[in-house]
Design a protein around this ligand. Structure first.
Ligand SMILES: Nc1nc2c(ncn2[C@@H]2O[C@H](COP(=O)(O)OP(=O)(O)OP(=O)(O)O)[C@@H](O)[C@H]2O)c(=O)[nH]1
Ligand SMILES: [K+]
Ligand SMILES: [Mg+2]
Length: 428
């Protein structure tokens, strides 16, 4: 059955000079002919009067992309319209009356996937690229959209295929004639592959941090100036500040960009023993945030607990209120009030964040889906050597290969597609 021809506005809906309507599907050529009078030259921008019946809709720049050399692999087009809502609406209505329908979120990319133009990992890279807010996210998304992860996983699947072929050759030998050197080589190569996968799983922490952002928690006793510090780092009055100990109860989150990376900075309740059930809950939440954060700013100040908690090696120790007394050895001195020392603190934070996201050039996994797939493949590889029968070892290798195949979407992913593509915006 022929797919329906779909269209969507590919550019944002705010005030703008130009709006791009994108089309894909078998009726694209007919629709262009109707609207433009003739079919424009392929892949060349041409200025056309768009008409529907006797109605002049707009003067537009028209691009015609005959399939399969198009984003979706189908016939496609772009109409660069004047961005007035009435213009876009008139052209959209004309397209609907010609038989097109508005696209679902991610439908263009889904068609590109179905037509083999991109695999699932590349599609996810495209989605991340559309969402990228920081330069580190852009670089990572571009790498994935360009197929860096796909090449890695396809390479592993290819090696597994070879191992499986050897394993199957062994099945045909009677037990007593099994060539031991082939068995040994198989076990060695399987273990080697498993090691590479284990190392790759470790890059996931960095990759997911770049994609989702890092979490930095500000923790310490009451009144040391945690909220004042949050406001300084955020550059705005996000949290209430007062000289009353216990001002902050619930955690307050602020998003910002530091060292090209997205950060969620969390201000928490001052940690102390309290009879007040609300404050106790606040303290409990503060401790939980400290535990789950990528980095913790442990704040103290003159007269308030220097060591609120046993010292954790990765924590950054911040001594606030240096306008009242200088910082002791081993603390970064700041004054949230005057702004002194804030640059040094920002630089230290940035350095720690770079350390936590350093990939040394490797393409990292970026989503829980990837982590689950690789873990599954790894489980099968780890099981294989402990299985007695060569048939069972072969089956374990096959299952590992399937887990990798689902990551790229080369096999058995129908049930997964809605989850992946619904995260896209409309028009992509
Ligand atoms: N002198 C001086 N006072 C400061 C500085 N930073 C904060 N303060 C004051 O310290 C008091 C407590 O500040 P907060 O930011 O509310 O402290 P907090 O740690 O968030 O307090 P809780 O939320 O109650 O735990 C306020 O009166 C601030 O004005 C500073 O650098 N120097
Ligand atoms: K306070
Ligand atoms: Mg506070």
């Amino acid at each position: 059955m022929n797919p329906t021809t779909i269209f969507a506005r590919a550019t944002g809906t705010g005030r703008a000079a130009i709006a791009v309507l994108r089309l894909s599907g078998p009726a694209t050529a007919d629709m262009l002919r109707t609207l433009c009078g003739i079919l424009p030259e392929p892949r060349r921008a041409s200025l056309r009067a768009l008409r529907h019946g006797s109605d002049l809709l707009d003067h537009a720049l028209v691009l015609w992309f005959p399939g399969p050399r198009s984003y979706t692999g189908e016939d496609g087009a772009e109409l660069h319209l004047h961005a007035g809502p009435a213009v876009v609406e008139a052209v959209a209505e004309a397209l609907v009356s010609l038989g097109a329908r508005p696209a679902e979120p991610g439908e263009f990319s889904r068609r590109a996937f179905s037509n083999g133009r991109i695999d699932l990992l590349e599609a996810e890279g495209v989605a991340d690229l559309v969402e990228a807010e920081t330069q580190a996210q852009r670089r990572q998304a571009l790498q994935q959209a360009d197929g860096a992860l796909s090449r890695l996983y396809d390479g592993w699947a290819q090696r597994l295929r070879v191992l499986l072929a050897h394993q199957e050759a062994l099945i045909d030998f009677p037990d007593e004639d099994l060539p031991p050197e082939i068995e040994a080589a198989l076990a060695r190569d399987t273990a080697l592959l498993a090691e590479e996968m284990r190392a790759h799983l470790l890059t996931g922490a960095q990759g997911e941090r770049i994609r989702d952002g890092l979490v930095v928690a500000i923790v310490g006793p009451p009144n040391v100036g945690k909220s004042s510090l949050l406001n300084r780092l955020a550059g705005r009055d996000a949290a209430m500040v007062s000289d009353i100990a216990g001002t902050t109860r619930d955690a307050i989150e602020v998003r910002l960009v530091l060292a090209d990376l997205p950060v969620t900075l969390i201000d928490t309740a001052g940690i102390r023993d309290s009879e007040d059930p609300l404050e106790r809950e606040g303290v409990r939440r503060a401790l939980r945030h400290a535990e789950h954060a990528d980095l913790v700013l442990r704040v103290a100040c003159p007269g308030a607990g220097m060591e609120p908690e046993p010292r954790v090696p990765d924590d950054i120790r911040v001594w606030n209120k240096t306008d009242l007394a200088p910082a002791p050895e081993g603390w970064i001195g700041v004054s949230a009030q005057t702004g002194a020392g804030l640059d040094v603190l920002r630089e230290r934070l940035a350095a720690e964040m770079r350390r936590l996201t350093d990939l040394a050039g490797a393409a990292p996994l970026t989503r829980a889906r990837h982590r689950a797939g690789i873990s599954e493949a790894l489980e099968h590889l780890d099981t294989a050597p402990h299985l007695d029968l060569p048939e069972l070892r072969g089956e374990a290798l096959r299952l590992a290969m399937q887990a990798l195949g689902r990551l790229t979407g080369r096999i058995g992913v129908e049930d997964l597609l809605d989850t992946v593509f619904n995260q896209f915006c409309i028009g992509k």
